[in-house]
Design a binder for this molecule. Structure first.
Ligand SMILES: Nc1nc2c(c(=O)[nH]1)N[C@H]1C(S)=C(S)[C@@H](COP(=O)(O)O)O[C@H]1N2
Ligand SMILES: [Mo]
Length: 258
């Protein structure tokens, strides 16, 4: 039953996106062509999401507000320590831009305000860390599929890579930049969102401000925090250790299904 309601909510969200588009001349939307392009493709995404749901679309379990954990641990990086990130944080991420490029016909850029104008999805899910702890939280953000649809991926596209602002330990080839990747099935899954809010508030630095991935059918380390740049690729062999993620390069599974 929960699953049914969840699907409805997502599909209603998509319809709403097309509705917003019909308003056309709204001032707030004229600022960024990339925002307009996302809205134009929202209806098509709804159709594709529906097909996905009728096919193999298993949803991660969703919970009620009463289930939200009173404390949600901050894990891995607590705060990226680069000067660039500090400067972005200092003025409330007003100068932060999410870049979307790689194997796309339309490279795009979004401010946080741009993302907030797009149709959003809110979900209460359980986060499971490979280290053995779990916590339930509510996440709100932009469906990743909306962004990818508008960027028009090329036919060679196979993976979505998330480049993050932080570095952890630098053990391999001198770099410890955090990054992650998922395939297109997970990328277009209705619960895969770029979250800018947690439990109804702006994402904190600890939890990945200003934007973090939620990919609910996989373990915690796939949920990249501090996402700065999304790159569409046909292979991740050329990136860092070549296994598709910071922890994957250090021996963890690339597909971390729960
Ligand atoms: N950029 C970045 N993303 C990251 C991490 C990190 O250290 N850096 N840690 C991962 C791990 S192992 C987990 S369990 C979750 C923790 O998210 P939280 O701090 O919001 O609990 O973020 C994941 N994403
Ligand atoms: Mo984790």
């Amino acid at each position: 039953m929960t699953g049914f309601l969840t699907r409805r909510r997502f599909l209603v969200g998509g319809t709403l996106g097309a509705g917003v588009l019909a308003l056309g001349g709204c001032d707030a939307l004229e600022q960024n062509e990339d925002v307009d392009a996302v809205l134009r493709s929202a209806e098509k995404l709804t159709m594709e999401a529906q097909r996905l749901l009728l096919g193999q679309g298993t949803l991660a379990r969703e919970f009620s507000p009463a289930d939200i954990s009173p404390t949600f641990r901050v894990n891995g990086t607590q705060s990226p320590d680069s000067e660039e990130y500090a400067a972005l944080h200092e003025n409330g991420f007003a100068n932060w831009r999410l870049k979307v490029d790689g194997l796309v016909n339309r490279p795009m850029e979004f401010s946080l305000a741009d993302l907030r104008k797009l149709p959003s999805r809110t979900q209460i899910t359980r986060h499971d860390c490979v280290e053995g702890w779990s916590a339930i939280g509510q996440w709100t953000g932009t469906p990743l599929g909306l962004i990818l649809q508008a960027a028009e991926m090329k036919t060679e596209a196979r993976f979505v890579v998330f480049h993050c602002a932080d570095e952890l330990e630098k053990t391999l080839d001198g770099s410890g930049v955090y990054y992650e990747s998922i395939d297109l099935v997970d990328a277009f899954h209705p619960q895969t969102i770029l979250a800018y809010a947690m439990n109804g508030e702006d994402l904190t630095v600890g939890h990945g401000a200003p934007l973090r991935l939620r990919v609910e059918r996989q373990l915690g380390y796939k949920h990249a925090k501090y996402v700065m740049h999304i790159e569409i690729v046909d292979s991740f062999s050329g990136l860092w250790g070549g296994r598709g993620g910071f922890w994957e390069d250090r021996g963890y599974q690339w597909y971390a299904g729960i």
